[in-house]
Design a protein around this ligand. Structure first.
Ligand code: CMP
Length: 141
């Protein structure tokens, strides 16, 4: 089925000037960018976006990192987009990421791991709605 998923290029990958390389991987894999913006997350935004991780030991470091510099957030659309994006990203921990994945190529650590992608249809709906109004998502042929 054609799905939409929420993707973030995290502060480490933005700082490496890797936005274009990462967008190119999405496009070459047949995913279409149907919404996109750059912003610097506030602490409130980062805590709200990652609310499910509140209380985990890595939560404070995650919020610090995600607010450390600008990110890009984008909605990717395509056949099986949620899983396809996760395959492109590779494992959360770059030490476990398959060669050729975004995290194998750009991530430094499990915290500075270059990208985020929704992990289910339910989280995709929530995460897309967190950053984008329906009117900001474009219909593409
Ligand atoms: P992300 O997909 O953005 O979702 C939560 C983030 O928390 C994750 O990527 C990692 O960057 C970070 N994180 C740090 N430690 C862990 C951990 N032990 N398990 C899962 N996520 C972690």
């Amino acid at each position: 089925a054609v799905e939409r998923t929420l993707s973030i290029v995290k502060p480490d990958a933005v700082a490496k000037n890797a936005i274009g390389d990462i967008y190119s991987r999405f496009e070459k894999a047949g995913l279409k960018i149907v919404a996109a913006k750059m912003l610097r997350l506030s602490r409130e935004q980062a805590e709200g976006f990652y609310a499910e991780h509140k209380g985990r030991p890595f939560f404070p470091a995650l919020v610090d990192f995600m607010t450390s510099g600008p990110v890009t957030v984008q909605v990717l659309e395509g056949e099986g987009a949620i899983l396809k994006n996760r395959e492109l990203m590779g494992a959360t921990n770059p030490k476990e990421a398959e060669p050729g994945t975004i995290r194998a190529d750009f991530a430094e650590s499990i915290d500075a791991n270059a990208v985020h992608g929704s992990d289910s249809e339910q989280s995709a709906v929530r995460e897309i709605g967190f950053f984008f109004a329906a009117s900001e998502i474009c219909e593409r042929a």
